[in-house]
Design a protein around this ligand. Sequence first.
Ligand SMILES: Nc1ncnc2c1ncn2[C@@H]1O[C@H](COP(=O)(O)OP(=O)(O)OP(=O)(O)O)[C@@H](O)[C@H]1O
Length: 260
Amino acid sequence: MITTDASLILDVNQISVYYGQFQAVKEVSFNVRPGEIFGLLGPNGAGKTSTLSAIEGLLKPHAGTITVAGYDVVKQPLEAKANMGVQLQSTSYQPELTITDILRLFAGIYGVKLTSAEITKKLEDIQLLDAVGKKFGQLSGGQQQRVSLLIATIHNPVLVLLDEPTTGLDPQSRRQLWERIEGIREQGHGVLLTTHSMEEAEAVCDRIAIIDHGRIIAIDTPERLIDLHREDPEVISVSRKGKITLEDVFIGLTGRAVRS
Ligand SMILES: Nc1ncnc2c1ncn2[C@@H]1O[C@H](COP(=O)(O)OP(=O)(O)OP(=O)(O)O)[C@@H](O)[C@H]1O
């Protein structure tokens, strides 16, 4: 049965995605509530990017519905898109543009008016005031990720989609980005992120879904998932140093085989 709860920030209901005859996403359902960071976890090829693409409106699911802030992403794409911000895995802007140029450009695209003082404040918030005149290509990986998260949220969207936001960052930059993501939650907005880091999922996600071969095989808080599966023989067999972690549960549920 398909139902939509308008109080949800994101409601993914029974979606299926095909590429030709191949079904990459199989009747996937989950939701993101206000003030929640939700993690979509899965091995390579599990269907995470396909699910995110359907939410972003980049591909149309063959079945099911998706609403963002109550707007159907297929029937009301403009309203749905106005309520979401997207930070892609390999976001890169014109390396020759300065951060200020990029901020002004994207503010214009989103119809947001920013004064010079507001730009300064935003850069100060992400500790990038020193780099104000720098070109995007001159920034470190962590600085680039902070700029792209700032741009993804410049129109203050209620839903923020982050595809592997901290891949390749050093521990300091990763912590800093986690704090920014938690700041979005504190505003009562919702975050959907994908990650291959179980440490990240445990540290920042309120709830997670594990997707494998296109199907969701578990949804819960990281703590409850660990508790539910700590006695599973498959989980115990992959645990290290006698402590059951989310990674043990993940590998126990999805198997040890390396995916291509
Ligand atoms: N355009 C496409 N045409 C055909 N098959 C595709 C296409 N895009 C993805 N697939 C297949 O769909 C399945 C799901 O891919 P998807 O990229 O959604 O997985 P993922 O969980 O994001 O993987 P990763 O962690 O490697 O990014 C995979 O088997 C992939 O090979």
